[in-house]
Design a protein around this ligand. Structure first.
Ligand code: SF4
Ligand code: SF4
Length: 191
């Protein structure tokens, strides 16, 4: 992945957003980052990222949230926790990545055409509605919304999985799903 270099001016920064981010669970310590780059060296996916984890920390710390929220890095993060384990300041970078993902979806600034943000939203909707995930319908909805041609490419494998009973078109629902929806609503409203 080519390194992205864009000149930024202080007037583009939003320190209030940084303050908000510092109050989110798991994000309290990022201000103590040394910019040592250990996280980027430990990250198995940093070579594919447009910003390394260290650069993401630098961006959010200075308030350049638009770059941090619209980058591919947060969606390529595989939540392996290698960065957090090796960070000398104990910064929970993986938790920060999750917070940035949620914020990118809320502001609708995630990279278009990337399947991962669509997958995250569809998974959330499915679990919120039924309390269960259905892989078949999840993949179908993700492909239709991000890359319909993927359905053509995956059709043969999907058919084999269906025939072998490894994939099911059946949808499941937990009992009293309405209570789960109430819990989700309360979490969204911060009750
Ligand atoms: S390893 Fe920790 S201190 Fe070093 S750059 Fe990454 S987040 Fe900052
Ligand atoms: S948790 Fe994400 S950012 Fe951290 S090392 Fe793993 S893939 Fe990289």
């Amino acid at each position: 992945m080519a390194v992205t270099r864009t000149l930024r001016y202080q007037r583009e920064a939003d320190p209030e957003w940084t303050e908000w981010l510092r109050r989110q669970p798991g994000c309290e310590a990022f201000w103590e980052c040394l910019q040592c780059g250990t996280c980027s060296g430990a990250c198995p996916l940093s070579i594919y990222m447009d910003f390394t984890p260290r650069r993401v920390i630098a961006l959010v710390r200075e308030g350049f949230y638009r770059d941090a929220l619209s980058c591919q890095t947060i969606w390529l993060c595989a939540s392996c926790y290698a960065c957090a384990v090796h960070c000398p300041r104990g910064i929970r970078i993986t938790d920060l990545m999750y917070t940035l993902k949620r914020e990118a979806i809320r502001r609708k600034v995630h990279p278009k055409g990337l399947p991962t943000p669509v997958l995250a939203q569809e998974f959330y909707r499915m679990v919120q509605r039924r309390g269960r995930n259905s892989e078949f319908w999840l993949v179908l909805r993700m492909a239709l919304k991000s890359d319909p041609w993927a359905l053509v490419r995956l059709a043969r494998s999907g058919w084999r999985l269906l025939r072998a009973g490894r994939l099911s078109m059946r949808t499941e629902q937990i009992r009293q799903a309405d209570q789960l929806r109430t819990m989700f609503a309360a979490a969204r409203e911060g009750r």
